[in-house]
Design a binder for this molecule. Structure first.
Ligand code: SF4
Length: 82
């Protein structure tokens, strides 16, 4: 399946020109869940996470975000596609 994910967070390691997300997979979750999960729990493990209802986009976040300067780029099992 070919999916396009657009994201404007250009400080993320997976961000690319044109606001394309180049992560091979991402996990979106609630802010609270995103804060509580460890760095090594991300999109590859997402199917095991409990559902997290939200009432607005303000309560959701991309768990896969990792700063371009971070030394944890490989902590989550997600990779950047070319
Ligand atoms: S991983 Fe998340 S924050 Fe990073 S570019 Fe993709 S959608 Fe945006």
């Amino acid at each position: 399946m070919n999916q396009e994910i657009y994201c404007s967070v250009n400080t993320c390691h997976y961000w690319s020109n044109g606001n394309h997300c180049k992560a091979n997979k991402i996990m979106v979750t609630s802010d609270a869940m995103g804060e509580s999960l460890p760095d090594n729990f991300d999109a590859p493990q997402a199917s095991m996470a409990s559902p997290t209802p939200a009432s607005s986009c303000m309560e959701t976040a991309c768990k896969t975000f990792v700063s371009r300067q971070s030394d944890k780029m490989n902590a989550d099992g997600v990779y950047k596609q070319s």
